[in-house]
Design a binder for this molecule. Structure first.
Ligand code: MTE
Ligand code: HPA
Ligand code: MOS
Length: 757
């Protein structure tokens, strides 16, 4: 039987043996052609001429596909139809797909690229979101969340501070790059294996471009070598091209991006630049907060409007602010369309209020933690979007973190260290988080599962959830094993496949385990109910409630009878009982009205607090994260090994975003940080030296699977604490350094701040 605390990720065995299968590991089918993309070398231009004739003559080249060869609609935009599959007439970012070369090898395909001639008339390039907004380059509509009457408060506030905060982009850097393998099958159907978080997104986009109904394209996903949001929508452009190639050539087409192509062609976390204004009373209660977010959306909408919305939802993080005005603008620039990234706009929103609090603390000469703690949410208070806090653990997590880490002791230790050392300074910061669970777009919150019990007692489980390293398959397996009381070895988690489970939402918003797990529970319980009736009738038991399945055995009124799981299944099959079931789940209670910007969009919230301690080398600007101590609200964790891994991984990813990962485009829209030599991600040396994750045992929520709260994204935002710990250390060296609200805090920026006046 499984034990919550010991069930390892079921993929770990094949992962460590190198036996796990990814798209690039699929056996190559005879006749396969390899797709290579000719992408735009300029960021914004009119295409005057595209000549592929010389490239077509290159050895091994079989076809070159342009927009003219698209049988359906040349459109892959999800929220807005503003993104062609292959450029037509214009290009809007450097890296935009223009043509697809199909060749007998990847090398042959790449060799042909330089023979493609594209003549262009260059157009002005915008890489700055504020410039885009000023020029009216806005995607969708501006959104404003409002609570109370902020405009009427400023005069009444004892203190008012204003400033600008900026956060940078972030490269997903999933280990497995974007890729797909398309196989033509009879009657114009295509089987499409894709590294995607959204099999249905891929299916819909491919059907639109190919001009075929959805039943003609089957999308199949075994697992991803990481997604982090980067494959929620952006697996589609590449899967669509593979499918287009397969349809055009009637051959299998494999398309896998190299690392550099992937970094150049795909969108990333949205950089934000924001104006803030914060008002406090004399007791440091935040009375009013106003924020204006400018999101760098890149050249097409992609998921930007949804990401923008989540920045608004999380604009006040864990703090109750009675008067709020949060406005957000999605700005069209000439970089690749930015997209979902763990936290989905939440981190960008939270960084700004943390900066605002920091600014207030700096001006008032108080510790930021004092302002933070004073303003934490308690039950019954409204968020700016109208939802009322319930089961709020903000203060609980905060106080447990302070107690367990002995934050007072740490402060004294740091002060003593800083008094003794001139060229090394330590800093400390606390970071509370509050993250809403559910897709903010209510209609996306549903899922399905399909369960087969085979005659021999083994089980096959399909859901809409995609495994990307977060352990969702292990959680699905636990649910089936728990419901039937069988050994986990009996259960196989099947691939995520649009033919078995249709109309899936992407595995995203941290809701994959909740939504699919609940659907799976419903399916398993339906089969279980049939089994119980069958057992009741066979053994003349008093009622179904007297029957129990556990440890592979059948129990009536707590006594074991002589059937085990296998005999039960065999007998039920002979009695012609249905051994398969489909389950459907949709989150109850949630709703949101975009016309009033009010509602109850989230099933529940996840809370926690992190404390960071850092040491800065004040001669070189280098730093180390000495320790991070996290108290996290898991509810009743259904798998502590996986959940702890999610917290640790997300935290380090957040630290990377806030401190060292620096994305840079030049004025011409060329990505300068386009390889691992120029883009630095945290490695084992830059991860915090000591990482403690404490489980805050809370009641969980009935809307969380087995009361085990969603864990995928919330802990990323702990990383913001690393930024402010660095600011704290910098100030110990240079008290005049102020207004440091531009992340990432790279060693270069630290060095400049240490010596600015
Ligand atoms: N963990 C790993 N190892 N790899 C990933 O790609 N993606 C994150 C998170 N954890 C990711 C991960 C993101 S962005 C989300 S939304 C959730 O996992 C999605 O999975 P879940 O809904 O099952 O938590
Ligand atoms: N989170 C993550 N992904 C999403 C969301 C969301 O709220 N909405 C649409 N895709
Ligand atoms: Mo996660 S950014 O919702 O894929």
């Amino acid at each position: 039987m499984y034990n919550n605390n010991r069930m390892k990720n079921i993929d770990s065995y094949t992962h460590v043996r190198g036996e796990s299968i990814y798209v690039d590991d699929l056996p190559i089918l005879g006749g396969t052609l390899f797709g290579v993309i000719f992408d735009s070398p300029v960021a914004h231009a009119k295409i005057l001429k595209l000549d592929t004739s010389e490239a077509e003559k290159m050895p091994g080249v079989k076809h070159i596909i342009t927009y003219k060869d698209i049988p359906g609609e040349n459109q892959i935009g999800g929220i807005f139809p503003d993104e062609p599959s292959l450029a037509e007439g214009e290009v809007h970012f450097k890296g935009q797909p223009v043509a697809l070369v199909l060749a007998t090898s990847k090398r042959a395909g790449h060799a042909a690229l330089s023979k493609i001639v594209m003549e262009v008339e260059e157009l002005p390039v915008i890489v700055d979101p504020r410039e885009a907004a000023a020029k009216g380059e806005i995607i969708g509509t501006q959104r404003t969340f409002k609570l109370g009457d902020p405009d009427g408060q400023w005069d009444k506030c004892a203190h008012v501070f204003e400033g600008v905060a900026e956060s940078g982009g972030q490269e997903h850097l999933y280990i497995e790059g974007q890729g797909a393998y398309a196989f033509p099958v009879e009657n114009g159907c295509i089987r499409l294996v894709s590294s995607t978080q959204g099999p249905t997104q891929v299916q819909r986009a491919a059907c639109r471009v190919l001009g075929v109904p959805m039943h003609k394209i089957e999308v199949d996903v075994r697992r991803l070598g990481g997604g982090f949001g980067g494959k929620e929508d952006q697996a589609s452009p590449f899967a669509v091209l593979a499918a287009l190639g397969a349809m055009h050539s009637n051959k299998p087409v494999k398309l896998i991006l190299d690392r550099e192509e992937d970094m150049r062609m795909t969108g990333k976390r949205h950089p934000y630049t924001s104006d803030f204004k914060i008002g406090l009373d004399k007791d440091l209660n935040i009375i009013a907060y106003e924020v204006d977010f400018y999101q760098d959306a890149g050249a097409a909408a992609d998921l930007s409007p949804a990401v923008l919305e989540r920045s608004l939802f999380h604009a006040t993080n864990s703090y109750y602010v009675p008067n709020v005005k949060a406005r957000a603008t999605s700005c069209r620039t000439n970089v690749p369309p930015n997209t979902a990234f763990r936290g989905f706009g939440g981190p960008q929103g939270m960084f700004v209020i943390e900066a605002a609090i920091s600014k207030a603390a700096e001006e008032l000469g108080v510790d930021r933690a004092v302002i933070q703690e004073r303003n934490l949410f308690i039950d019954g208070q409204p968020f700016s979007y109208g939802q009322i806090t319930e089961g709020c653990e903000a203060k609980n997590a905060w106080s447990q973190a302070c107690e367990k880490f002995d934050v007072e002791g740490a402060r004294k230790r740091i002060a003593a260290f800083n008094a003794e050392n001139t060229f090394y300074k330590k800093g400390l910061a606390l970071m509370p988080i509050c993250f809403g669970i559910s897709f903010t777009n209510t209609p996306m919150n549903h899922a399905r599962a399909l369960v087969h019990v085979y005659q021999d007692g083994s089980l096959g489980v399909s859901t809409g959830a995609v495994e990307m390293g977060q352990g969702v398959n292990t959680k699905m397996l636990q649910i089936a094993a728990l419901t039937f009381g069988v050994n986990p070895d009996r259960i196989k988690i099947e691939t995520t496949n649009t033919t078995r489970v249709a109309n899936t939402s992407p595995t995203a918003a941290s809701a994959g385990a909740d939504l699919n797990g609940k659907a799976l529970q419903i399916a398993c319980n339906a089969i279980l109910a049939r089994f119980k009736t069958f057992i009741k009738d066979s053994f003349k038991a008093s009622s179904e409630d007297a029957v129990e399945l556990r440890e592979e055995g059948v129990y009536i009124d707590g006594k074991k009878v002589d059937w085990n799981w296998e005999t039960l299944v065999q007998k039920a099959f002979l009695a012609r009982i249905n051994l398969s079931e489909k389950g459907h789940y949709s989150t109850p209670k949630i709703h949101f009205d975009k016309t009033t910007e009010k509602g109850h969009p989230f099933a529940y919230h996840v809370y926690g607090t992190a404390i960071f301690e850092t040491t800065v080398d004040c001669v070189r600007g280098r730093y180390e994260m000495d320790a991070v101590h996290i108290v996290h609200d898991f509810g009743k964790s259904m798998n502590r090994i996986i959940d702890k891994g999610q917290v640790e991984g997300a935290m380090v990813q957040g630290v990377g975003w806030m401190t060292m990962e620096e994305l840079r485009y030049n004025e011409q829209g060329r990505l300068l940080s386009n390889a691992l030599s120029t883009y630095k991600v945290p490695d084992i040396y830059s991860a915090p030296k000591e990482v403690n994750v404490e489980f805050l045992e809370t009641a969980g929520s009935d809307l969380a699977i087995l009361k085990s709260k969603a864990v995928g994204e919330p802990p990323l935002m702990y990383g913001i604490g690393a930024y402010f710990a660095l600011v704290d250390a910098i100030k110990a060296f240079n008290p005049k350094a102020n207004g440091l609200f531009s992340s990432p805090m790279t060693p270069e920026r630290v060095l400049m701040a240490l010596y600015n006046k």
